[in-house]
Design a protein around this ligand. Structure first.
Ligand code: GBH
Length: 464
């Protein structure tokens, strides 16, 4: 429970607000070949020449698998009220089916106990992109059966951790899994198959719904959510063509996921936009009832707004928006992070307001927000990441604005707790509140971690 005590704090957050930080298994755990873990599609993808920057892989990452006690103790030093981690499916079920691997599931059991001991609420994401390679070999998310395998895996996790995990996130960013994994091919498994990418999106949604049902049946008091990468999509001009481009991208990025989950139907305009790509025959009777099984809150991952216009010529190469190839993406003007992502907290505010307006006051949790910078340790051992503090301050203030406008916002998870393996971009981009020296695995709190500790202790921020 957080109560603002400091008079300088004028942006106070609600009592019980979850001040969190997030990570993902393949980005931090390392220990890729120990204790019966089987390969995931990201092991295969990152070991394939040319797929990740400098050929980096998650083989060692931050060695969190062996250092989790220290990492939980650092979380406690910051004062986190919640920690969002993901479970590596191939660690728990080698090959993605069958009984739990005791060593693999035991790791999460110990992690959750450690969190509970420190009074940190465990939030478990069941799928942050690391599909067991054995399931990919049977078609991966193109194969409807993968959704059922995921339901079984969710049940195993709920049986083991359901007495302690407070909130489950079924999937992290299914848009990325479907359209970067099977559409543009920049993420694992690296396939380029426009029709398949829409089938993958549907099977991921079905997997979500099946997992919600299994978790609810086993752990009725736990809360359930999903972390969606939600775009604040804006058109460059008000011309009908540019507004149509924005409608299309909003459709594929946001409403394709939000509508079936929260309203029980696919958006008619997206079905129309994609009718030449696929006939949607993979949607079977009863699927939407499963997908729309009620959840407790919706998770939003937000980094920057999406600015689009109509394009003169359709995109030629691989493209992650099937049926909407004639759209151009533009940089939102303004300062940028080391990812070249524009810093614009109004996008976060706007997407939160939109969720409230269009989805019936749905409770929301910010499951990721943060910034990458080229952090360096200075001579006295400090990591002066003033830009990250600025970024976080501005985005927490935007979240506060949304709360004042009536959004039921339950918590906020900074991405990320630790510097980590940034997928196709390898280790060069540092998102952590905590610096990791990859040569020694030494952890050092950045100035932003100290800023976060004070913010959490005070229950809010001074207005700027
Ligand atoms: C999140 O995705 C992830 O959940 C997290 O694991 C990751 O570390 C974090 O962001 C920081 O990147 O130009 O086609 O390659 C963020 C959403 C959507 C951002 C896809 C990058 C790249 C599109 N991502 N986008 S493309």
């Amino acid at each position: 429970e957080v109560i603002a005590t400091d008079d300088r704090v004028d942006l106070r957050f609600p009592t019980g607000f979850w001040w969190g930080a997030a990570t993902a298994a393949y980005q931090i755990e390392g220990a890729a070949s120990v204790d019966g873990r089987s390969p995931s599609i990201w092991d295969t993808f990152s070991a394939t020449p040319g797929k990740t920057v400098a050929g980096h892989t998650g083989e060692e990452a931050t060695d969190h698998y062996h250092r989790y006690r220290q990492d939980v103790s650092l979380m406690s030093e910051i004062g986190l009220s919640a920690y969002r981690f993901s479970v590596s499916w191939p660690r728990v079920q080698a090959g993605g089916r069958g009984p739990a691997n005791p060593a693999g599931i035991g790791f999460y059991d110990r992690l959750v106990d450690e969190l509970m001991e420190r009074g940190i609420n465990p939030v478990a994401t069941l799928y942050h992109w690391d599909l067991p390679q054995a399931l990919e070999d049977e078609g991966g998310w193109l194969n409807r059966d993968t959704a059922h395998r995921f339901g079984d895996y969710a049940a195993l996790m709920a049986e083991r951790l359901g007495d302690r995990v407070k909130l489950w996130c079924t999937l992290n960013e299914p848009w990325c899994s479907a359209f970067l994994g099977y559409g543009s091919g920049v993420h694992a498994p690296g396939r380029i198959d426009p029709a398949g990418s829409l089938a993958a999106a549907h099977h991921l949604l079905l997997a979500h719904g099946l997992a919600v049902r299994r978790v609810r049946a086993i752990a009725p008091s736990a809360q359930v959510s999903i972390a969606l990468n939600q775009g604040a999509v804006r058109a460059v001009t008000d011309s009908p063509a540019d507004l149509d481009a924005a409608r299309r991208i909003d459709g594929l990025l946001n409403r394709l996921f939000l509508d079936p989950i929260l309203r029980g139907s696919y958006p008619a305009d997206v079905l129309a936009d994609t009718k030449d790509v696929t006939d949607w025959a993979f949607v079977q009777p009863g699927d939407l009832a499963v997908i729309s099984t009620p959840i407790d809150m919706v998770g939003a991952n937000y980094y920057q707004p999406d600015l689009v216009s109509a394009a003169e010529e359709p995109a030629t190469g691989p493209w992650p928006f099937p049926g909407s190839e004639s759209v151009a993406f533009h940089k939102t003007p303004g300062p940028q992070t080391a990812m070249d992502w524009t810093i614009d907290p109004t996008g976060l505010r706007d997407l939160l307001l939109r969720l409230r307006r269009d989805y019936n006051d749905v409770p929301v949790i910010i499951t990721e927000n943060g910034a990458a910078y080229a952090d360096r340790i200075d001579d006295d051992g400090r990591i002066p990441d003033a830009e990250r503090i600025e970024y976080l301050h501005a985005h927490f203030a935007a979240a506060h604005e949304a709360i004042e406008a009536g959004v039921d916002l339950r918590g906020y998870f900074v991405w990320s707790l630790l510097d980590n393996f940034e997928w196709a971009l390898g280790y060069d981009k540092r998102f952590g509140l905590i610096h990791v020296d990859y040569a020694t695995q030494q952890r050092t709190l950045k100035e932003s971690a100290h800023w976060y500790r004070r913010t959490i202790a005070e229950g809010g921020l001074p207005r700027r």
